[in-house]
Design a binder for this molecule. Structure first.
Ligand code: ARG
Length: 457
């Protein structure tokens, strides 16, 4: 395609390092779509004849049909998807194929193809995240009143409800969706027509190609158009953040599935056995979601480092933009699907959660709050009094609620019988009615908000 000024062909190692077709064949649909939009515009503008434009468009359809049925042939000599397609087009329709590349360069071509691909990837992820949120909502709704220990430092802190805990992940995934939506809106400008870097002298219509490919408008600067990979980085950064959320949930499942916790039984379908220990039920899917988050962050880092310090406009380093994006997307899509499946089918052992919530002095804050409210004790003093009550209960191996009134009054005479009403875990969660708090009424209201937002979206 470019051999005119060369006397010798590439070394075999050059052919190998130079070729991107082994991975960029994944862009074939976008490449055909970009070429069809381009040639339709060339025809409309009279840059190629209407007849040639029609021949080329039909030829591109034929190439696409071949790719669909037989896959994309990997020919390292032809370097990349753009040349593989153009070369096959020439075999099918003859020399007129050579008119397709008028007023275009592979630099704006690949920038366009890759944007289209990332845009599709975002739509794919967005659909997966909607399904994950819907699974979280369903499960949260089932467990609005089921009490579990809430943790800080992984130490029993205050009782919360399982519905509240699940809705925390719903909120995180909501922000992830909005990050992907932002990235999509920002990237939706068409670089096609920037040509190699400087634009073109042909009377092209960039509005027409942008509209045909579903972009909001053409990009405004041809140098930026062929050298910008922000859109891929935006995707990778959103993917990294999303995978962090999935990984934290995965980590909780791993902990919760352990025997000392036993908060969940992960479904058989998402667990594996051990080849030596017959009793084992390993949370492999959750562990791999956690592991994939590390790889996705690695993909993000790879492209960050590739782009750092590249001068304008296009450099071949940028060919390395695609593998990390493809890899991150595959890993993220799998992680979202696996996590959705686990959320839908996990068994929550709510009896066990309740028992643990009741055993960890998680209502100590409620006792301190009671002293502030009912006996007008300053909070710091109430904290101290409660600490002594916890110590006594601990020494006796009983819960706070099980301490007889007389013993509490020996610690502080202002304590009365009504304190027992706030020492149960149910009373504790029911009392936390502040907006966004763990009271079942609050959770129900937040679930209703989320459903209404989904209807409106
Ligand atoms: N395969 C190349 C890539 O992915 C296409 C652009 C090649 N442009 C060039 N001037 N060599 O980046």
């Amino acid at each position: 395609m470019w051999g005119g000024r060369f006397a010798a062909g590439p070394a075999s190692v050059m052919r190998e390092i130079n070729a991107s077709i082994p991975f960029d064949k994944r862009l074939w649909k976008q490449d055909i779509a970009g070429s069809k939009a381009h040639v339709a515009m060339l025809g409309a503008q009279g840059i190629v004849s209407a007849q040639d434009a029609a021949t080329i468009a039909a030829g591109l359809d034929q190439v696409a049909a071949e790719y669909e049925n037989e896959g994309v042939p990997v020919n390292l000599d032809l370097e990349d998807i753009h040349m593989v397609t153009e070369s096959r087009l020439a075999e099918l329709i003859g020399p007129v194929a050579g008119r397709l590349h008028t007023a275009r360069s592979r630099n704006d071509q690949v920038a366009t193809d890759f944007r289209l691909w990332v845009r599709d990837a975002i739509d794919d992820v967005a659909a997966g995240l909607v399904a994950l949120q819907s699974a979280l909502l369903t499960r949260a709704e089932q467990h609005v009143t089921d009490v579990m220990p809430g943790f800080t430092h992984l130490q029993s802190a205050q009782p919360v409800t399982l519905g509240h805990h699940l809705m925390a992940y719903h909120a995180m995934i909501g922000r992830d969706r909005s990050r992907f939506a932002d990235a999509r809106a920002r990237m939706n400008e068409c670089p096609l027509g920037a040509a190699a870097l400087a634009g073109t002298g042909f009377p092209i219509d960039r509005q027409m190609t942008a509209a045909a490919l579903g972009f909001d408008r053409p990009t405004a600067n041809s140098l930026d158009s062929v050298s910008d990979r922000d859109f891929a980085l935006d995707y990778l950064m959103a993917a990294t953040q999303c995978s962090l959320h999935l990984s934290r949930l995965a980590e909780e499942f791993v902990i919760w599935a352990s025997q000392p916790f036993a908060f969940v039984t992960l479904p058989d379908a998402y667990s594996t056995g051990s080849s030596i220990m017959p009793q084992k039920r390993n949370p492999d899917a959750a562990e791999l979601v956690r592991g994939h988050a590390g790889r996705i962050a690695g993909c993000m880092t790879a492209l960050v480092v590739t782009m750092k310090g590249l001068p304008l406009a296009y450099s071949k380093d940028m060919q390395d933009d695609k593998p990390p994006v493809f890899e991150a997307h595959d890993l993220l899509a799998l992680s979202i699907a696996a996590m959705t499946g686990m959320i839908e089918t996990v068994t929550f052992r709510t009896d066990r959660m309740r028992a643990l919530a009741e055993s960890g002095y998680a209502t100590a804050t409620d006792l301190a709050d009671w002293l502030v409210r009912e006996a007008d004790v300053p909070f710091r003093e109430a904290h101290h009094i409660t600490g002594r009550a916890v110590k006594l209960a601990e020494d006796r191996g009983v819960s706070l609620a099980a301490l007889p009134l007389g013993d509490l009054q020996a610690i502080d005479a202002r304590i009365t019988d009504s304190v027992h009403a706030v020492l149960t875990v149910d009373a504790s969660v029911a009392s936390r009615r502040s907006y966004g708090g763990t009271a079942p009424d609050q959770i129900r209201a937040r679930i209703a908000d989320a459903r209404a937002q989904e209807q409106g979206a």
